[in-house]
Design a protein around this ligand. Sequence first.
Ligand code: SAH
Length: 237
Amino acid sequence: MDGNLTMAGDSNSGKRSAARFSGSGMTSDRTRTRMIDALRQRGVKNEKVLSVMAEVPRHVFIEEALRERAYEPDKALPIGFGQTISTPEIVAIMTELVCERPLGVPKKVLEIGTGCGYQTAILGKLAKDVYTVERIAPLMDKARRTLRDLRYYNVIFKHADGHFGYADAGPYDAIVMTAAASHVPQELTAQLAVGGRMVLPVGVDQQQLFVIDRTENEFLQRVVHDVRFVPLVPGIA
Ligand code: SAH
């Protein structure tokens, strides 16, 4: 099901590249609209988040054989190297949480765990700058190419162990971690700006989504959902 990527017989390359991202059939704009409806039914309310999720073509982040399933709201699909793309639902929930911090939509965001770059792309539509850290070099390179093809110019990639964040570019209005840590990494909370919010899965066998807000004097921590993510792994590959 991937006739959408090249339009056989179409000699107009401009149209061809537009078609590459709008897709057809199971990867069409209409299919994406159905995903948005499903996310609404599951309780996602933030219109800004829903509108960027309606814009970003999730199927181009996924290998061709799996693209038909790109817009199922609850599917975490494999992206290679034992990793998965987060489900649209969890991407929506995490993005909603960072956008609804007391100071509003974050301008500068740090993401830990680039993976295929889909969550990065959603954040890149909302924030002015996104810094993203990935430990597996080939995954990061592929995400970089995908985002370049989609014409993102506000994403900076770093191949590193995300346990330590990206201190040089901090502090951040929001930090989103897309792999589960066994504990809250202190190096990361230290990179939050005052008024900043971090959203991250924590736990080993049972994981929960934590929200941590940095105020003038303290870090406020709450648990919002049970979740299941791949683990945050030390070192680089
Ligand atoms: N948001 C991504 C999620 C990918 S899965 C997506 O939707 O595609 C989590 C990612 O975190 C994987 O790519 C994994 O390699 C990465 N990861 C795991 N431990 C890490 C670490 N210590 N530092 C940086 N990235 C890490």
